[in-house]
Design a binder for this molecule. Structure first.
Ligand code: GEK
Length: 245
């Protein structure tokens, strides 16, 4: 089990100017707390990655956790995989995130080994995969680069392989969008964030995390070659899809 439970106070002090959000040492050291208190249903997505791994990972195949941060989804896959000969590859371009992830990675023992790779996921070769996880990562890739990435994932998946895609989404109806954001902010307040923290973090993420609608995601998955994509989870403006080769 990972231990990284420092409290997130990153945006608690008033800043003269709020720069772009980056996954630096300050964020990495509180990330577990930050994501748990910020993303409704995050724990559920991690637990279900484990369930989906037990159902869909094929013997002697690769599993990818792209944008792995502290490796929570990699560990969930490791716990779920019940077939022999697999490798889990966790990829993140934040050195600080991987430094924390490595500190908490348990020795593999008899279970599926996890390799952590510090690289841009846009440069990673995906091959012989039966499961790929993008748990709240695609939202940080420029929209015009997303199709190419999904095509590459699709090509690298074996027949019957799956992609788990979790994202913060937007809504075409502005009133619906406003209500979802209101509920998300209520969730954050209920988890102890104050108005300043919520607004400064929102500002920092503005140019960095670019949400799209559910329809845009599903259409892109189809264009990338996936035979179907199904919504299995939604809590407010956070969703997760399972896409099948
Ligand atoms: C979890 N999946 O705990 N290449 C590699 N990594 C990247 C890139 C890129 N181009 N862009 C962003 N990242 C995790 C949570 S967090 C989600 C994922 C969030 C990495 C970035 O460094 C960060 O660690 C991760 O993607 C996004 O299940 O913070 O909302």
């Amino acid at each position: 089990m990972q231990q990284n439970d420092e409290e997130d106070r990153v945006y608690s002090e008033l800043r003269k100017s709020v720069g772009r959000f980056i996954f630096d040492q300050g964020v990495a050291s509180v990330f577990r707390d930050m994501i748990g208190r910020s993303v409704p249903g995050y724990g559920t997505t991690i637990r279900m990655v484990s369930v989906l791994a037990s159902q869909y990972v094929q013997p002697v195949s690769r599993c990818y956790d792209l944008g792995c941060s502290l490796g929570a989804a990699s560990l969930a896959m490791q716990q779920g995989i019940g077939v022999p000969g697999c490798t889990i590859i966790g990829v993140d371009d934040s050195f600080e995130m991987l430094k924390q992830a490595r500190r908490h990675l348990p020795a593999a023992g008899d279970s599926t080994p996890v390799e952590l790779v510090c690289a841009d996921l846009r440069d990673i070769k995906i091959q012989d995969a039966s499961m790929v996880v993008l748990n709240f990562t695609l939202q940080f890739i420029l929209p015009e680069q997303r199709l190419e990435l999904l095509q590459r994932i699709h090509r690298g998946l074996r027949p019957a392989g799956i992609l788990v895609l979790s994202e913060k989404i937007g809504f075409p109806d502005l009133e619906h969008e406003a209500l979802q954001i209101e509920m998300h902010h209520a969730f954050k307040r209920a988890n102890g964030y104050d108005a300043l923290e919520i607004s400064q973090k929102r500002q920092a993420l503005e140019q960095v995390l670019i949400p799209e609608t559910l329809v845009q995601h599903r259409q892109r998955l189809e264009s990338a070659g996936f035979s179907r994509s199904d919504l299995w989870f939604q809590c407010f403006n956070f969703i997760s899809l399972i896409a099948r080769k």
